[in-house]
Design a protein around this ligand. Structure first.
Ligand SMILES: CC(C)(COP(=O)(O)OP(=O)(O)OC[C@H]1O[C@@H](n2cnc3c(N)ncnc32)[C@H](O)[C@@H]1OP(=O)(O)O)[C@@H](O)C(=O)NCCC(=O)NCCS
Length: 248
């Protein structure tokens, strides 16, 4: 259940969402996500951000969360420092890409094109491939992918599938996936080439939610260039500080 806390006098806002995630919370409990956090410029540097975050953490704890996650733009030093002081630790860097052309996909033999599929099927394909893999960021978690609605659409070509937000002049790839037993056979390359043919005249990007290590070689090999904008995923667990979560 989302809960929003707005301190109008300080003009700061935060939004926290809590969901059961015992698989990812050693010792049980739930994981809460801070979905947005901001303070009006005129009120910065006065401790209100810290006070608001402490209250948000207390609210998460009361809701049963033993783990809180958030993302922050990697260059936002003030925010990173605030979160670190409150016990958050950077767990990984999330990156994005822009497509500049896949030379090897040009001139490939004609073949059947991608077909649109239900995002639920895409989410299930991703879930089936997760065994033994790292926990995905929430944006790439199967439960998030399954909830996709237009203009976000899922497509498949053979054992490869992808989720794309289709605009008039843009196409943002959220995720691409190939069944583990069928990898390194050109399926994801063919799917993306087919999508670019089917959705012409658009600039293609990958939103910066991809763990740095995931698919880096694939993106480099298929004509994608890493964007400068990156995010840190940060996590705070109840036992990270002896004091645990603050209580109010
Ligand atoms: C990334 C992923 C989609 C690639 O799918 P795929 O069908 O195996 O990719 P392709 O066979 O089309 O690979 C195209 C090129 O990418 C490179 N590549 C792909 N996987 C690679 C790997 N594991 N190591 C090194 N290079 C790799 C290769 O250069 C390959 O061409 P080559 O085999 O002729 O050398 C697949 O590994 C996957 O589903 N991973 C889990 C989900 C994920 O991480 N998605 C990316 C972030 S959303």
């Amino acid at each position: 259940m989302p809960s929003t806390s707005t301190d109008t006098s300080a003009r700061c806002t935060s939004t926290a969402t809590s969901s059961p995630a015992s698989a990812w919370s050693p010792g049980g409990g739930t994981t809460a996500r801070i979905g947005g956090f901001g303070c009006a410029p005129a009120y910065r540097g006065r401790g209100v951000g810290r006070a608001l975050m402490e209250r948000a953490l207390a609210r998460c704890a009361r809701a049963g969360a033993t783990r809180v996650t958030l993302e922050v733009i990697a260059g936002n030093a003030a925010a990173v420092r605030l979160y670190e002081r409150l016990g958050f630790q950077i767990t990984r860097r999330l990156v994005g890409y822009r497509w500049e052309g896949d030379a090897r996909a040009d001139g490939r033999p004609a073949q059947s094109g991608p077909v649109e599929i239900d995002p639920v099927r895409f989410a299930r394909d991703v879930a089936a491939g997760l065994a033994g893999a790292d926990e995905p960021p929430w944006q790439l978690a199967p439960e998030t992918l399954a909830a996709a609605v237009p203009p976000r659409r899922a497509y498949a070509l053979g054992p490869a599938s992808a989720l794309v937000t289709v605009g008039e002049t843009t196409a943002a790839l959220t995720a691409v996936h190939t069944a583990p037993s069928r990898r390194r056979q050109g399926h994801a390359r063919a799917l993306l080439a087919g999508l670019r043919d089917a959705l012409p005249g658009r600039s293609w990007t990958v939103t910066p939610v991809v763990p740095e290590a995931a698919g880096a070689e694939f993106f480099a090999a298929t004509g994608w260039v890493r964007e400068e904008l990156a995010q840190y995923e940060m996590v705070r667990t109840a036992d990270r500080r002896s004091a645990g979560f603050p209580t109010f």
